[in-house]
Design a protein around this ligand. Structure first.
Ligand code: AHG
Ligand code: MN
Ligand code: MN
Length: 333
């Protein structure tokens, strides 16, 4: 039997969306389209002039890659012309973009936050990268311009979130708060098919994903946790796997069982990852897949954001493993 397409699935599940029915379909259509276009470019990365740096520095003093900028533009273009989002915040834009809509009446109801290309350091070496999105219903009154407060909502208010992984195959994985479903792109047809229904972290996890090159800068609790993972007892030692692209590391850990860690370091005292368009969407997905996401002490989805590009220490994955990380942090830090 032919699996369901993403389009069919979204229509079938429309009733699960708490607001008006057609809106989620429109939004996901825009994201699906952007994903296909970005995928098209990522796939011919070595053939066209999109490898390497632009020579520009982004809002976080990081070197911008050409594909970062291209993915940013492609996502914004796909989203801007639909009467659905009133604002877009992106890793690659210092401030949010306000969208008044075709009639300039500010009636669009959603805001979206994106990491258009996650894992930029992998682009030039043909390793998986991704895109991340997080969607909220606006809190400012419909009919008025979007405000920063619309974007600074805690993660538990997300109405949908997901990622695209441009890997050996391209997948779109998303949640609207009713579990996590994954769709694989058939590149010949340009159609996403439901390939991973109701994704769940396995009960037990064995993988830990962390940039161990930063070991000397980690807090004591994390150093001790890494040593704990390496001990030869019971079902340990764990296996270490680190791609350096949150999307890809998360995706593997959700399927195989594991945790991703980005603790505070001396270079990044608040961690490196961005709360609004990296941690919150992944935390929403993790919880919906039976996992857990924490900053070491708090549930990620309960953090009240104060800045668009705010960073936060991030631990996400199998619930049991995250519980253990929190235990080590509470004992040693
Ligand atoms: P981005 O490419 O969007 O800037 O994100 C990169 C992030 C994350 O995806 C990845 O896991 C992490 O940075 C890697 O950081 P290190 O190179 O410091 O390990
Ligand atoms: Mn990223
Ligand atoms: Mn990025």
């Amino acid at each position: 039997m032919q699996p369901k397409t993403l389009g069919e699935f979204v229509i079938e599940k429309q009733h699960e969306f708490p607001y008006s029915t057609g809106e989620l379909s429109s939004l996901l259509n825009a994201i699906r389209l952007a994903a296909k276009i970005v995928n098209h470019y990522v796939n011919k990365a070595g053939l066209v002039d999109i490898l390497g740096a632009t020579g520009e520095i982004n809002a976080h003093a990081e070197e911008q890659q050409k594909l970062d900028m291209l993915a940013n533009k492609l996502f914004i273009d796909a989203l801007i012309n639909r009467e659905i989002v009133c604002g877009i915040a992106s890793e690659e834009e210092e401030s949010f973009i306000s969208i008044a809509g075709h009639n300039k009446d500010n009636t669009n109801k959603y805001v979206i936050l994106i990491d258009p290309l996650d894992g930029s350091s992998n682009i030039d070496v043909n390793v998986s990268v991704g895109s991340i999105f997080s969607i909220y219903r606006r809190i400012s009154p419909v009919g008025t311009p979007v405000t920063e407060a619309d974007f600074l909502q805690p993660g538990h208010k997300q109405v949908a979130a997901g990622y695209v992984i441009y890997g050996t195959s391209t997948m779109l994985v998303y949640t609207t708060g009713h579990g996590v479903n994954g769709f694989t792109l058939n590149p010949a047809l340009g159609v996403f098919y439901l390939s991973h229904p109701n994704m769940k972290f396995p009960e037990k996890g064995k993988i830990y994903s962390i940039n161990e090159g930063n070991y000397v800068h980690f807090p004591m609790g994390i150093k001790k946790y890494i040593k704990y993972c390496q001990e030869e007892t019971g079902d340990r030692p764990c296996t270490s796997r680190y791609i350096g692209s949150l999307v890809s590391d998360f995706h593997r850990n959700m399927i195989k069982g594991g945790v991703y860690l980005y603790p505070p370091t001396s270079k990044h005292p608040n961690g490196k990852l961005r709360l609004l368009y990296e941690c919150n969407p992944m935390a929403f997905l993790a919880e919906q897949a039976g996992g857990k996401a924490s900053d070491g002490n708090r549930r990620i989805l309960d953090i009240e954001p104060s800045e668009l590009h705010q960073r936060v220490p991030f631990y996400v994955g199998n619930k049991e493993m995250i519980d253990k990380i929190e235990e080590f942090i509470s004992i040693y830090d």
